[in-house]
Design a protein around this ligand. Structure first.
Ligand SMILES: *Cc1c(COP(=O)(O)O)cnc(C)c1O
Length: 389
């Protein structure tokens, strides 16, 4: 089997990348290497800098298999693994920021990322300010002399605003800032951050890569220019992921294409159905023609995943609870990206600082899983009956 992957299409890469069967006795999947100590034959071998493996924390054939697959998918110079998506975000930010620097973060960012910036980064002397996710090329107007990094996420967590990533990266890079993107929603299958000027592409692998709600994992993939600092920071901070978790992520990756295709098909169907419901004021899903971010999504993305939001018409919270509590197929749970459908009530008013979340009524977020979509629609229809009381 050839390991040349550069001319393969994404769905093929998902199958081939990071696998070298004939280096592993022909076995289809890479070995799971449980390791701390690596033995050397001689003192000279130990002290020479040439050894491929030196210590479990510094990389194993198992971690390299996933990193190699990520590089093939992301088009990156190198990738690192972290024990969670938030861990990956921390490493990426710390790789490009120092005391005295200023960081710009989209106001629609995943809330725990905001918490990291406002606590640990603030304590280390890194100042964060938040910007309107719709800012586009105007990002230049909020950049300062000390702005060293810009963090984007599209669509936004819970609120699903699309961002003009190429316009933001162009303006940020003209001023020498590193651009980081949380690309968990689209995965590199539906949006390629590095091809749009992003330096550090981050995924909560916990979601679609793993895909089965059973492992925490994060990934950061770097452009040529950002790779050295990312690798050095990752190594210095002792980040390592257990081999069994990496193996489950590799296993998840092999079917991510077919899973995402189904998530997309069902989510679009649910989104269109929700749009037609009288209880619904707006559906937040950029693949819908009615979504304000649809033009950007069409221009830059090649697909949509299974996560969407619904703004209801003004209704008492008690009714929303009755709707959600009684759902049979949609579990009430944080996270998403697994095979199962989920729902949460969200209130972005509580944490926004640069913009005000304005909505007609309560916001509910749904993850559309791999169940038969007709069963999901029936579950939601019964939910709307409970909403009405
Ligand atoms: C879940 C999530 C994360 C964090 O991932 P964990 O593995 O839970 O730490 C980061 N970004 C987004 C957009 C997420 O949805």
């Amino acid at each position: 089997m050839s390991s040349k992957t550069s001319d393969q299409r994404p769905d093929t890469l998902l199958v081939t990348a990071g696998r070298h069967p004939h280096e592993n006795h022909g076995f289809v999947n890479p070995p799971v290497i449980h390791a701390s100590t690596v033995l050397f034959e001689t003192v000279d071998a130990m002290t020479s800098k040439g050894a491929r493996y030196t210590y479990g924390r510094r990389g194993t054939p198992t971690s390299e298999a996933l990193e190699e697959a990520l590089d093939a998918l992301e088009g990156s110079a190198g990738s690192v693994l972290a024990p969670s998506g938030l861990g990956a975000i921390s490493i990426a930010l710390l790789s490009c920021l120092s005391a005295g620097d200023h960081l710009l973060v989209t106001d629609s960012v995943y809330q725990p990322t905001r918490h990291l910036c406002d606590t640990v980064l603030s304590r280390l002397g890194i100042e964060t300010s938040y910007f309107d996710p719709l800012i586009g090329a105007d990002i230049g107007s909020v950049m300062r002399g000390k702005t060293r990094a810009v963090f984007v996420e599209a669509p936004g967590s819970q609120t699903f605003e699309m961002q003009d990533v190429p316009a933001i990266t162009a303006a940020a890079k003209a001023r020498g800032a590193t651009v980081l993107m949380d690309n968990t929603w689209a995965t590199p299958l539906f949006f390629k951050p590095l091809a749009h000027g992003v330096d550090l592409s981050i995924q909560a692998g916990t979601k679609y890569i793993v895909g089965h709600s059973d492992v925490m994992l994060g990934t950061v993939s770097a452009s040529e220019g950002a790779w050295k600092a990312l690798k050095a920071t990752h190594g210095a901070m002792g980040q390592a992921v257990g081999p069994d978790d990496i193996y489950l992520a590799l296993r998840g990756l092999r079917t991510m294409g077919v899973r995402l295709a189904r998530h997309q098909e069902s989510a679009l169907k649910v989104a269109r159905w929700l749009e037609g419901r009288p209880e619904v004021a707006r559906v937040l899903y950029p693949a819908l023609e009615s979504d304000p971010g649809h033009a950007l999504w069409r221009r830059d993305f090649s697909g949509a995943s299974g996560l969407l939001g619904v703004v209801l018409h003004d209704v008492a919270m008690e009714r929303v609870k009755a709707m959600l509590d009684g759902l049979a197929l949609f579990g009430l749970g944080y996270s998403w990206g697994g095979f199962e459908s989920l729902a949460i009530h969200a209130d972005p008013r509580g944490y926004r600082t640069a913009t005000t979340w304005q909505a007609e009524g309560p916001l509910v977020r749904f993850h559309i899983g791999l169940e038969d979509v007709e069963d999901l629609l029936a579950d939601l229809a019964a939910g709307f009956d409970r909403l009405a009381g």
